[in-house]
Design a protein around this ligand. Structure first.
Ligand code: CA
Length: 228
């Protein structure tokens, strides 16, 4: 679904804007950029984005005021970018609730990963908020909970997203490149070992699950449900 989602990036720092735009486009999103609050308001109405990435330090607008203004117009998810600790505190204290925020400097891959998570939650994508079950394994994306039988399993964020990707498509072979793109937000060859390492961690943590992540030699991995 990410393929058609439009994102407005509001950022006056040209280098940050370029980097964020590049990463989001590589992840398959349509990106429009605004360097000022005024442009952001116009784009917001024109583009009707699925999500806004909002730098709080703009030359012509107070980021929090702008956030409140956008939120009053539509319930679009907003990820804030903050440059200063006091901004982060301000955001954390907002009742209206930004959907997420990142303090600069941040890893653009992390931003892509948060965008993806928020859009997945927000979208009506099949299984968006539903508990995924494969064998005795259950994955609850909304609560970020994993159970093997009755046992709760604590997973790190990337492990969770990886497991979710497998459980959304049991039986399907997922290539390492595809998993890198879906979970880490980029698709550069040569970093696929990251996937292997996380799969190994998942297998260790999911001991006792009757669904298995199998290696498909030379291709990638697939989640295999137990025979019923
Ligand atoms: Ca700024």
């Amino acid at each position: 679904m990410s393929g058609t989602a439009r994102i407005v990036v509001v950022e006056d720092d040209a280098s940050v804007a370029q980097l964020v735009t590049l990463y989001l486009r590589n992840a398959g999103y349509l990106v429009e950029h605004a360097a000022t609050g005024e442009r952001a308001r116009a784009l917001f109405d024109e583009v009707k984005p699925a999500l806004v990435v909002l730098d709080l330090g703009l030359p012509d607008a107070d980021g929090v005021d702008l956030f409140n203004e956008l939120r009053a117009r539509a319930d679009t998810p907003v990820i804030a970018l903050t440059a200063r600790a006091e901004d982060a505190q301000k955001v954390a204290g907002l009742d209206a609730g930004m959907d997420d925020y990142l303090a600069k400097p941040f890893n653009p891959r992390e931003l892509v990963s948060r965008v993806r998570a928020i859009l997945r939650r927000a979208s009506g994508m099949p299984g968006g908020g539903r508990v995924l079950r494969v064998g005795n394994l259950s994955v609850d994306p909304a609560r970020h909970e994993v159970l093997v039988g009755e046992r709760a399993v604590a997973l790190r964020a990337k492990e969770f997203e990886l497991l979710e990707a497998f459980c959304r498509q049991p039986g399907m072979v997922l290539t390492r490149d595809r998993l890198l793109e879906d979970v880490w937000g980029f698709a550069y060859p040569g970093e696929t070992r990251t996937v292997d390492v996380h799969v190994k961690q998942l297998r260790d943590k999911l001991a006792g699950a009757d669904a298995k992540i199998e290696t498909v030699w030379g291709v990638g991995y697939k989640m295999v449900a137990p025979a019923t």
